[in-house]
Design a protein around this ligand. Structure first.
Ligand code: TYM
Length: 334
């Protein structure tokens, strides 16, 4: 257990399985920097998780660098937070094996992401896709993480991580800190621009469905212009009957840091077309400074490699403490 003499820990991760979307940003990433002062933060590039779906090796490598650059462009400081790649820290795979032996098939069968992804990739329902949440539990528990900032879609996985921690602690004594999710009230579930009944996803094959954090303003504006609205003409927050408009109101409110009620008031009487353009430009204004910093960071590969090397070392040091404790408790010879 992390004996509270130090700051409590935060852990979160993003898969470098595609370019990072506005959904990832508003649901998770934008909260990462604000936690840096009060907690010891670890933000991971979870490359091992991406292999559950086929990846192009060169592209995966590029996207891992890209995610590190984006972490920093969003305000993460590699001297304050530990920014690292999952596969650089062998303890993730080691703990994952052990935790898998304390996770029931029935629990994994219930995971909605597994069901969704196996439907989407019916030709490749591999064992990794099934045990994905166990590796995620290992990511979190390895660092005795107290809080985990995530979007809504990862809530079920986090609950499983908690259950595994509690089960292990009961059997072997207090070993793991039981983590809690940090899910923001607004922005935790950004929907697709073309199909607002589905979440915005970086692995979507139709690029009209998502906006990338690093996308050019012209392209962002085009996507908002084409965003699906609903019947009627009123800009009103009503996710059930007006999913398209409600999603846009949610995006606008989150980007502006206001409530959806205030956003609704601001656009009372506006036409759909004007409203969509206002949302588009608010998003462009929010993302422009990030894109500029990102381009600069991406151009210095040696610096990125240096950061990854140093940070992996820091992560391994912390991870080894938990791993050794777990090995000792289960009866492995150390
Ligand atoms: P990933 O890579 O799919 O998404 C990264 C983060 O973005 C959030 N998110 C969204 N939030 C709002 N609206 C959306 N449309 C949207 N889409 C994604 C996700 O909830 C997530 O917080 N399994 C994780 C990665 C992971 C992880 C971990 C996270 C691996 N190990 C340990 C936390 C702790 C995933 O696939 O996220």
């Amino acid at each position: 257990m992390n004996t509270n003499t130090e700051k409590q820990r935060i852990f979160s991760g993003i898969q470098p399985s595609g370019n990072i979307t506005l959904g990832n940003y508003l649901g998770a990433l934008r909260h990462f920097p604000e936690l840096q002062d009060d907690y010891e933060c670890l933000y991971c590039i979870v490359d091992m998780h991406t292999l559950t779906v086929r990846q192009d090796p060169e592209l995966l490598k590029e996207r891992s660098y890209s995610l590190l650059s984006l972490y920093m462009a969003c305000g993460l400081d590699p001297d304050r937070s530990i920014l690292f790649v999952q596969s650089h820290v062998h303890q993730h795979a080691e703990l994952s094996w052990i935790l898998g032996c304390y996770t029931y098939m029935g629990e994994l069968n219930r995971m909605t992401q597994f069901k969704d992804k196996s439907a989407k990739h019916a030709d490749n329902i591999n064992a990794g896709l099934y045990t994905y949440p166990v590796l995620m539990a290992a990511d979190i528990l390895l660092y005795q993480s107290r809080f985990v900032p995530i979007g809504n879609d990862q809530k079920q996985h986090l609950e499983l991580a908690r259950d595994i921690a509690i089960r292990f602690n009961k059997l072997y004594g207090e070993t793991f800190t039981v983590p809690e999710p940090l899910i923001s009230k607004q922005g935790a579930r950004i929907m697709s621009l073309q199909e607002p009944d589905r979440k915005m996803s970086k692995s979507d094959t139709n690029s009209g469905n998502f906006v990338l954090v690093t996308e050019e303003p012209d392209s962002i504006m085009k996507k908002f212009k084409r965003a699906v609205t609903d019947s009627g003409s009123e800009v009103r927050f009503d996710p059930e009957n007006k999913p398209g408009i409600s999603n846009l109101l949610n995006i606008y409110a989150t980007v502006k840091g206001i409530t959806t009620e205030d956003a609704e008031k601001e656009f009372a009487g506006s036409r759909y077309g004007d409203f969509k353009m206002a949302v588009g430009s608010a998003v462009c204004d929010c993302l422009a400074p990030i894109r500029e910093k990102y381009e600069l960071l991406m151009s210095d590969r040696a610096q990125l490699d240096g950061i990854l090397g140093r940070n992996a070392e820091r992560a391994r040091e912390i991870a080894e403490i938990t791993k050794k404790d777990v090995y000792r408790r289960v009866g492995f010879i150390l």
